[in-house]
Unconditional design. Structure first.
Ligand code: SF4
Ligand code: SF4
Length: 295
């Protein structure tokens, strides 16, 4: 049951501590906030007062929030109080615009006009990376619909390893909470640890899918264009460039990260090998020049 009724919330939290046999938890989660109005009520009333009190007393060490709605996740990231967001990320949900109705994410069919990662989601990931708000991923398999070509909106099946790699290559994502029903499901997720680059590769699968939905030229940070003979981590440079270009001034942390790379955009020899390998037709050489100028 989901409730914001304080007597019930307090009783449930105390019950949680008691069941876990602890007097503190590292991350206190405000769960399932999909409506902007509810987020505002939580952050301006007795609910957040209670959470702040728990943090002040050391009963919770950090404050987190879970949501399926990128608009609410953005509000949380900008709040200055939410330090971690549990957010639903997979290649299908990433196409969808913000909504307060979770059922729309599990619709039987998606609008065929959808193209590429929704800008609200890209913005969210960049804001979280910039503000150092960590994202832990839920619904990484879209409830299993991505494992079957008949239910995948791309008309092609993905593997658990490919879905995990997709989530882990979004900016700000620190971890994925993989769901499972059976021991086999656990093994399929743990296989990520020893998976080869080919097994992780979601890019060529999505780009060849019958219902290909990604915009041409949009970098998904998949890494499919590697190896670069100049040693450039092209996916990382593209990610840092995208993070930097959303600000009027390049954030110091982004520039510092860029300058720590063993090779960067200035090392590009314009061989264009990466461009021939990129399934999303990203103009890498042009982006390397832009990144070199900006960073
Ligand atoms: S340039 Fe293309 S292949 Fe390389 S990381 Fe971006 S989308 Fe993937
Ligand atoms: S064009 Fe530049 S970034 Fe791409 S593989 Fe060649 S050297 Fe590397």
């Amino acid at each position: 049951m989901r409730t914001r009724c304080m007597p019930l919330v307090k009783a449930a939290f105390e019950d949680l501590l008691s069941r876990l046999g602890t007097d503190y938890i590292d991350l206190g989660m405000i769960h399932f906030v999909d409506e902007a109005a509810e987020f505002e009520r939580i952050m301006s009333g007795e609910y957040i007062d209670y959470v702040r009190g728990l943090k002040k007393d050391g009963v919770i060490r950090h404050i987190g929030l879970s949501t399926h709605n990128p608009a609410v996740a953005k509000m949380a990231a900008l709040s200055g109080e939410i330090e971690m967001i549990l957010f639903s990320i997979n290649p299908a949900f990433d196409l969808l615009p913000p909504t307060e109705d979770i059922n729309q994410y599990f619709a039987d069919e998606y609008d065929e006009a959808l193209g590429g990662i929704a800008p609200e989601r890209e913005e969210l990931y960049r804001i979280c990376e910039h503000l150092e708000v960590g994202i832990t991923v839920m619904k990484g398999y879209a409830g299993g619909r991505l494992f079957d070509a008949r239910t995948s909106p791309f008309g092609v099946a993905l593997t658990p390893v490919q879905c995990l790699h997709y989530a882990l290559t979004r900016p700000a994502v620190a971890s994925v909470m993989a769901g499972y029903d059976t021991p086999e499901h656990v093994l399929m997720a743990v296989a990520y640890e020893n998976a080869s680059a080919e097994e992780k590769d979601y890019a060529s699968v999505l780009a060849r899918a019958p219902h290909h939905a990604y915009s041409s030229g949009q970098c998904t940070y998949c890494g499919h264009c590697a190896p670069c003979p100049a040693g450039i981590d092209i996916a990382m440079v593209n990610k840092l460039y995208d993070l930097a270009s959303m600000h009027r001034e390049v954030p110091a942390a982004v520039r510092a990260h860029y300058r720590q790379l063993s090779a960067n955009a200035a090392d590009c020899t314009e061989c264009r090998g990466c461009e021939s390998r990129c399934p999303f037709h990203v103009p890498v050489v042009e982006r390397m020049k832009l990144a070199d100028n900006l960073l």
